[in-house]
Design a protein around this ligand. Structure first.
Ligand code: LMR
Length: 396
């Protein structure tokens, strides 16, 4: 049966973590996978999560199946968090959510739903997260790219992006990043988002927003602005949501797919389709992470603690960006890394070739993702000088 089955290379992002772990060099630096890390290189469990987890364990009386849309209360709490409790969308019930196994599960569920709905293709700005295209193609949809980011100038090429978006029609889907664009860290401005909304209304395509870093750019409400505005203005919207980073629940595989149809009836139809697709793949999502998120978001005290911890992570990431910029300025790199200080979230894209990415890893033990993506969480006070010295050598 499997004589001809090919041996595949490791995943371009997750594979790096193993290489890093196996690297014996003491001064190695991990700028790879998108995981938050403290200056000591740790990814601790958030206190709000530990406390909620204890409550979940204390209350749990059964391991019987959960409902098809996930841990009780989770979907409603996610809708409140993302849409805003006072929003018309939340109050009128125009959207629904299903819990999914992480943001990847939400993307895949959406991909399958789009394939069932007979879309012509899904368009995404380039570059995008390394897993977007394989994951969504595996659902059987055609993926197209349009330029998004000018790596040489380290800025969004909005004219080129819009030129591509204007060609989409009613059978097309545009995939956008909610905030903290992966891999570039360059987010659309509010004015640019408004322009995309006008084009979507004019051309009739569906907008699908992937939100994996809610709270890591400017704050929970500010980061949800794109989703709230699109849901307010557009007749149909899909949102994939991840709790991996903002709740630090990476391994618990906790996420959601948010669905907005043209009417409440259409939303219900989409919800029923999402549940039936999930039934055909994994039946229902794992309950534990959803129960933890529900416990946090159902308690004012735990929510306040969680928000405070999320704020701390966000400001640590911002500090790391500034530290890189400042350290670079005192070398021959000068202001060439200034753009990093103006971007959001864990990632920025160094303007380097894949040859240089490879050399950084093999010659220097500096692990960046191919294409030049770095996770600024890997930078800390004790390694920033060394890192900038290495970058100066290869970039200046
Ligand atoms: C990343 O982009 O590094 C994260 O989203 C982890 C992953 O699954 O790729």
């Amino acid at each position: 049966m499997f004589e001809k089955t090919e041996l595949l290379p490791p995943d371009p992002i997750l594979g790096l973590s193993k290489m890093f772990r196996d690297d014996p060099r003491e001064n190695k630096i991990d700028l790879g996978v998108g995981v938050y890390r403290t200056p000591e290189g740790k990814t601790p469990i958030m206190t709000a999560v530990s406390e909620a987890q204890q409550l979940v364990v204390n209350k749990e009386v059964t391991k019987a199946y959960t409902p098809a849309d996930g841990a009780p209360g989770f979907a409603d709490n996610i809708l409140k968090l993302v849409l805003g409790e006072d929003s018309a969308a939340y109050r009128e019930g125009s959207c629904s959510a299903v819990q999914t196994p992480g943001g990847c599960g939400a993307l895949r569920l959406a991909g399958e739903l789009l394939a069932r709905s007979g879309i012509e293709g899904l368009t995404v700005g380039s570059p995008t997260w390394a897993n977007h295209i394989p994951l969504l193609s595996a659902a059987g949809i055609n993926i197209h790219t349009v330029p998004y980011y000018d790596a040489a100038k380290s800025e969004i090429d909005f004219d080129a992006f819009v030129a591509g978006v204007r060609k989409l029609g009613p059978k097309d889907v545009l995939l956008l990043h909610g905030c903290c664009h992966n891999p570039t860290g360059a987010d659309l401005s509010r004015d640019q988002i408004d322009q995309i909304i006008d084009i979507a209304l004019d051309r009739g395509f569906l907008v699908f927003i992937d939100t994996a870093y809610h709270g890591f750019a400017k704050g929970l409400d500010e980061d949800a602005w794109i989703v709230r505005k699109m849901i307010k203005c557009l007749p149909e919207v899909l949102v994939s949501y991840s709790c991996s980073k903002n709740f630090g629940l990476y391994r618990e595989r906790t996420g959601a797919l948010i669905l907005k149809g043209k009417t409440t009836e259409r939303t219900k139809a989409l919800h029923s389709q999402a549940i039936s697709i999930a039934r055909g793949i994994y039946s229902m999502p794992p309950a534990h992470g959803g129960a933890i998120v529900n416990e946090i978001l159902s308690s004012d005290e735990l929510t306040a603690l969680w928000k405070q911890e999320l704020d701390e992570m966000r400001s640590a990431v911002t500090d790391n960006r500034q530290n890189l910029v400042t350290a670079a300025r005192s070398t021959r790199l000068g202001n060439r890394l200034d753009f990093i200080g103006e971007q959001y979230g864990m990632f920025s894209l160094l303007p380097i070739s894949n040859d240089v990415v490879e050399k950084l890893r093999t010659e220097q033990g500096v692990y960046a993702v191919s294409g030049g993506r770095i996770n600024v969480c890997g930078v800390n006070e004790s390694n920033v000088g060394h890192l900038i010295g290495v970058l100066e050598k290869y970039m200046a």
